[in-house]
Ligand binder design. Structure first.
Ligand code: ZN
Length: 367
């Protein structure tokens, strides 16, 4: 009996160690939930219990930052390649795909597959260019960098269903998920009605042109609907038979904000369009480095709310690829020239601030 009791005690110690600090496994699995066009104020004001739960069990930077061309093309390209627009060369949503440089700076799932082909990887998106132009671009067009499941759906519900199926029936190590409908609500395009608006704050707040427009209830409602989809995905994740041993790191981030200069658009080099958030949750999550990037309440009114050049500390969009690779246990090769660094995860090295290059003058867009 004493022997059995000792074994039980050791088992309990080991089990506890999984969730508390240095004894956490050196590598684990990664789930990234990308929420297109979601402002930090949105996840704060919406009734979003599943995002709230992730924030409660992990860490959140509500003042993370995207590059100065705050569009989806460069945003997802930066998040997934771990380099900024100066290297991947995407500066809009259409024309610049032809000049992209994903052979030199591939999607992190392609990096992961190259390092460890046995990994099971998946990209499940609503906005097709993520798979068509970033993951499966150029020389990887035939095999999408070896990524095992490349799935594009024409609705966020379809994305949710595909991810739930993958987590229930498959055995993925790394999954990237992108929802698009929150951005649609910001723009006022289907399924929302015009005029839209990315402004989740009531009038009176310093909030770009949203000062005049006030709250877009449909934008918040869309965040709440997608929060429900996130709940479905997390339920499937936690129902996995070996979930407790799999050491999932869950990252949640948008590609950009919106509403800074034009209430229902984004793309500009202003705080409200560039401000993003990063949630890191799971047993390996650790406090994020740095200090807030953009404090909206401290900024002057809309005519002059670009980011102060020095005020770029904290989580950056490019850190997500580096963090995912790090948590998968893949050594980051300096030759990859990643602009991002691992952060918010057990064992991550000290965070070193790096400048964010500007591509604004090269962008041909009119949002
Ligand atoms: Zn958009």
């Amino acid at each position: 009996m004493r022997g059995a009791g000792l074994l039980l005690a050791l088992a309990l110690v080991a089990c506890g160690a999984d969730h508390a600090g240095p004894a956490a496994p050196a590598s684990g699995r990664v789930l990234i939930l990308g929420l297109d066009g979601t402002r930090s104020e949105g996840i704060e004001l919406a009734q979003a219990p599943h995002l709230d739960a992730l924030r409660a069990e992990g860490f959140t930077d509500l003042d993370a930052i995207a590059g100065d061309v705050s569009l989806s093309g460069p945003g997802w390209a930066s998040m997934l390649s771990g380099v900024w627009c100066d290297r991947h060369k995407v500066v809009d949503n259409d024309v610049s795909w032809a000049n992209s440089n994903f052979d030199a700076y591939p999607h992190f799932l392609a990096r992961a597959e190259q390092a460890r082909p046995a990994l099971r990887t998946a990209s499940v998106v609503h906005w097709a260019p993520i798979n068509d132009e970033i993951l499966c671009a150029d020389e990887r067009a035939d095999d999408c960098g070896g990524v095992d499941a490349v799935i594009t759906r024409d609705s966020d519900a379809g994305v949710r269903d595909a991810v739930v199926d993958l987590l229930r029936d498959g055995d993925p190590d790394a999954v990237f998920v992108q929802f698009d409908d929150i951005d649609h609500a910001g723009h006022g395009t289907a399924p929302s009605s015009p005029p839209g608006g990315f402004c989740p704050k009531p009038s009176g707040a310093v909030d770009g042109n949203c000062l005049l427009r006030g709250l877009n209830a449909e934008y918040l409602a869309e965040i709440e609907r997608i929060d429900g989809y996130i709940g479905d995905i997390l339920a499937a994740l936690r129902a996995r038979p070996r979930y407790a041993l799999e050491n999932w790191l869950i990252l949640v981030s948008p590609d950009h904000g919106g509403g800074g200069l034009v209430f229902n658009q984004h793309g500009f080099d202003v705080a409200q369009d560039r401000r993003t958030f990063l949630i890191v949750a799971g047993p390996a999550a650790r406090p994020l480095p740095g200090t807030p990037v953009t404090r909206l309440a401290d900024l002057p009114p809309a005519e002059n709310n670009g980011l102060p050049p020095a005020d770029t500390r904290g989580a950056k969009l490019v850190d997500i690829a580096a963090t995912a690779l790090f948590h998968l246990g893949i050594p980051i090769d300096p030759d990859w020239q990643l602009a991002g660094q691992p952060l918010g995860v057990a064992g991550a090295p000290d965070y070193e601030e790096r400048a964010i290059p500007s591509c604004y003058s090269a962008a041909p867009f009119t949002p």
